[in-house]
Design a protein around this ligand. Structure first.
Ligand code: ATP
Length: 288
């Protein structure tokens, strides 16, 4: 790689905790979430081009590189804001399951901020990147920051937390796509019977206590997605029976992740899920 070409990893996230406080007048939901990056990533390669404009190429037929792609939209926003004259080509190698609740699109957009900032020496600080990034999506500022964080507001008000205690993570994406919009629209935000203990989880993370952290994992969006798709319950039960400290749906789903304290138990359930063929996408991962 030379100064005309750089590469960046765009990490997926899981929600260790996801609570919805209320539906706002404008239709958005006020949330409290504990976000965590996991070692599962897309790869973006940025190259300066002689020809003007933005060219986005992806390795997935189902995901065009046109204006609908968050990578393109982030590149356009940066180009327009900073008056970037030179052309750019971005190659996206996708690994993060799509429409999965893992912020795949948002993390790609976040990588574009870091990548173009470096490639064109734009001098954007993290705050400036987040300020622009939220225009692409509410999860983009978190993805720009990464690590363990409390996200409030519509997800854009961020408080960095101490890194969550290290553990092994098994991720299974059922073979179905779930639209985030559908899930929020069908959430009975004002009559939720259960709210996860986000403050308690934050305290457990602060103390580096993996067991107490895992005990408090909870996601109110399961009331919509898990109810509709029993495979989510099936995956959670299999992971718990296989020794997971806890298992949960991430974001609006349908991805399920389990937290394990040993590599052996995580590895065993990873193999079991792959053999059972309940879903074609299973990953053995860790927190990053
Ligand atoms: P979140 O957890 O933020 O709700 P998600 O994992 O549910 O995200 P994404 O994979 O981010 O969902 O994307 C949902 C839709 O956005 C896709 O079906 C696709 O049409 C569109 N999209 C646009 N750009 C991208 C991208 N770079 N990667 C993935 N999806 C993208």
């Amino acid at each position: 790689m030379d100064s005309d070409r750089i590469q960046r990893k765009a990490y997926a996230k899981v929600n260790l905790g996801l609570d919805v406080l209320r539906r706002r007048e404008d239709g958005y939901h006020e949330v409290r979430m504990i976000m965590q990056t996991v070692d599962l990533y897309d790869t973006l390669t940025f190259s300066k081009q002689k020809e003007k404009g933005i060219l986005v190429l992806t390795d997935q037929e189902a995901l065009p590189g046109d204006e609908s792609n968050l990578v393109y939209r982030a590149a356009k926003l940066i180009t327009d804001t900073y008056g970037v004259e030179q052309g750019i080509r971005i190659d996206l190698q996708k690994r993060i399951p799509m429409a999965a609740g893992m912020a795949g699109g948002s993390t790609d957009a976040a990588a574009v901020f870091h990548g173009m900032n470096e490639l064109f020496d734009l001098g954007m600080g993290q705050e400036e990147m987040c300020r622009l990034g939220v225009r692409i999506g509410a999860d983009v500022p978190y993805c720009i920051m990464g690590g363990t964080a409390l996200a409030e507001g519509i997800g854009e008000k961020l408080t960095p937390l101490k890194a969550a205690p290290s553990c092994f993570v098994v991720i299974a994406k059922p073979d179905l796509e779930v639209s985030t919009k559908y899930v929020y629209e069908n959430l009975q935000a004002d009559s939720l019977a259960f709210h996860p203990d986000i403050d308690g989880m934050q305290a457990a993370i602060d103390m580096g206590n993996l067991q107490e952290m895992a005990k408090r994992m909870g996601n109110v969006l399961e009331t919509v997605t898990e109810t509709r798709y029993p495979v989510i319950t099936q995956l959670k039960e299999l992971m718990k029976a296989g020794g997971a400290l806890n298992a949960l749906m991430s974001g609006s789903g349908p991805t399920v992740f389990g937290i394990f304290d040993t590599q052996e138990s995580a590895g065993n359930i990873y193999e079991e899920l792959k053999n059972k063929k309940i879903t074609s996408q299973v990953f053995l991962s860790a927190l990053v």
